[in-house]
Design a binder for this molecule. Structure first.
Ligand SMILES: Cc1ncc(COP(=O)(O)O)c(C=O)c1O
Length: 466
């Protein structure tokens, strides 16, 4: 198989990708073939012989396109998904084409250097301590894991235990205190680290899912060893952030490590207008956030940020005879993440920050929030529709009629109408429709179209109920 044929396939892929993004940017509807249809499209025995790259590419585009979820369409509000912005995608294409192994300075000098620069930019934009270290990981799940590994390392070191060397067998107990409305993936981190997903003290929260400082204070006062407190910026249903200005001093006074899961909510701190929502978050010890959510990078891209680079590296760094150690003045990319070989995520991170700049990021985050607020405002005046929690950031949850069935039926109707995509979530034991506005492609005009389409879907459903 010639190199030229492969290069030709790269060109075809670029053409197909550009055509797709052009079409989806103005798409009026967002239908998607089902998983079963996609299995049927791809199912086949192992090919006995290879094929020409051009044939492979054509097959891939033809078969996969009907089942590509329109996550980059302007009115896609499912989960919390950014736009995989074309500039970030272009940088990511180069990352793949260059074939850089992002784990090591000698193997990838440009990737390592751009990561060091992007790390500094992230700290500056997010208003976090300049001395903190940043690991470029797959997403907030692993960012939480890395930050909690640093927390585990440091809190046990302070009581004379070397967890990296000796593990947890016979270690002094650690306490983990976590808000009642924390994201499910934080518990994965606890599980991976041997801290136990269920061996936690749950701190009560308010109606929007914010940790109650008085409840935290009481829990911190209890005996039981050094504590790790896990707070959050951006509750997955309500967008609420914990009251950091009150929580940080409590953790400091108790000598606890404060970690913040800020997968998307931490980006409020990049906007002067929204910063009051996250006031004080810079006082924490570690932060997890995503690039592939509000920074609009393509998947996969997350950041594990730790105030104490020594604790961060103690938990993650390793050495091998064949890997030259970095000089003191250099930042070794693998020292801050669990993997050695990995994608060089600094390129797309750098490109997206370069694309929007400080003011563009702030404007985009603020625009997403304004859109969520506008949709909520329009729908609040529709009979039978309830905005369940006042919109604080970019998340809006809606209830239709009096019960779960009406809400789920409206979600199904919205998905069938395909003017927008929104999914279901559960909040305080009830099903809700969740609208997450986290794409740079969404406009205020989309807010109007969205509100009209949701109201119409609800009217269709309510007509069948009466
Ligand atoms: C608050 C929060 N934490 C963690 C995660 C997990 O992030 P990722 O899917 O990037 O690993 C999410 C994802 O939506 C989230 O919203």
């Amino acid at each position: 198989m010639s190199i030229e044929a492969g290069l030709d396939a790269m060109g075809r892929a670029a053409e197909a990708a550009i055509a797709y993004r052009r079409a989806i940017a103005t798409a009026e509807t967002t239908p998607t073939a089902s998983y079963a249809e996609m299995l049927a499209a791809f199912a086949a025995p192992v090919p006995e012989r290879g094929a020409e790259p051009a044939v492979i590419l054509d097959e891939l585009v033809t078969r996969a396109t009907p089942g590509i979820r329109a996550s980059t369409a302007p009115r896609f509000y499912g989960w919390v998904i950014g736009n995989s912005h074309p500039t970030g995608v272009a940088a990511d294409w180069l990352t793949s084409a260059w074939g850089q192994n992002g784990g090591n300075i000698l193997a990838a000098p440009a990737a390592s250097a751009i990561e060091a620069v992007a790390a500094g930019w992230l700290l500056d934009l997010l208003g976090l301590p300049a001395e903190a270290s940043v690991g470029f990981v797959t997403g907030a799940t692993i960012a939480n894991f890395v930050c909690l590994a640093a927390a585990r390392s440091e809190m046990l070191r302070r009581v004379g235990w070397d967890v990296e060397a000796d593990g947890l067998f016979g270690a002094p107990p650690l306490r983990v205190l976590i808000g009642a409305d924390a994201h499910a993936t934080v518990f994965s981190g606890l599980k991976f680290l041997g801290l136990g997903a269920q061996r936690v003290s749950t701190i009560a929260t308010d109606e929007a899912g914010r940790m109650l400082p008085a409840a935290l204070e009481q829990a911190l006062a209890e005996e039981g060893g050094p504590a790790i407190v896990i707070a959050q910026s951006g509750q997955i249903n309500t967008g609420a952030s914990d009251p950091f200005a009150e929580i940080v001093p409590l953790c400091r006074a108790a000598g606890a490590w404060l970690h913040v899961d800020g997968a998307f909510g931490l980006w409020a701190h990049a906007s002067p207008a929204l910063r009051p929502l996250t006031a004080g978050v810079e006082g924490a010890d570690s932060w997890a956030t995503d690039g592939h959510k509000w920074l609009q990078t393509p998947y996969d891209c997350g950041f594990a940020i730790v105030r104490d680079p020594v604790a961060h590296q103690r938990a993650m760094a390793f050495s091998a005879s064949y890997l030259p150690p970095a000089a003191d003045s250099e930042r070794e990319p693998s020292a801050f993440v669990p993997e050695l070989s990995r994608r060089a995520r600094g390129f797309s991170t750098w490109a997206m920050i370069r694309q929007m700049g400080r003011s563009g990021i702030a404007e985009m985050v603020e625009r997403c929030c304004a859109i969520a607020a506008r949709i909520g405002e329009r729908l609040a005046s529709e009979p039978g529709i309830t905005v369940v929690v006042p919109v604080e950031l970019n998340q809006l949850i809606l209830r239709f009629g009096d019960d779960d069935a009406a809400t789920l039926a409206t979600i199904a109707q919205v998905q069938k109408d395909a003017v927008l995509f929104a999914g279901a979530s559960s909040w305080r034991g009830q099903w809700v429709m969740r609208i997450s506005v986290s794409s740079a492609a969404t406009t205020l005009e989309d807010a109007e179209i969205t509100a009209t389409a949701i109201a119409a879907a609800w009217r269709t459903v309510s007509a069948t109920l009466s």
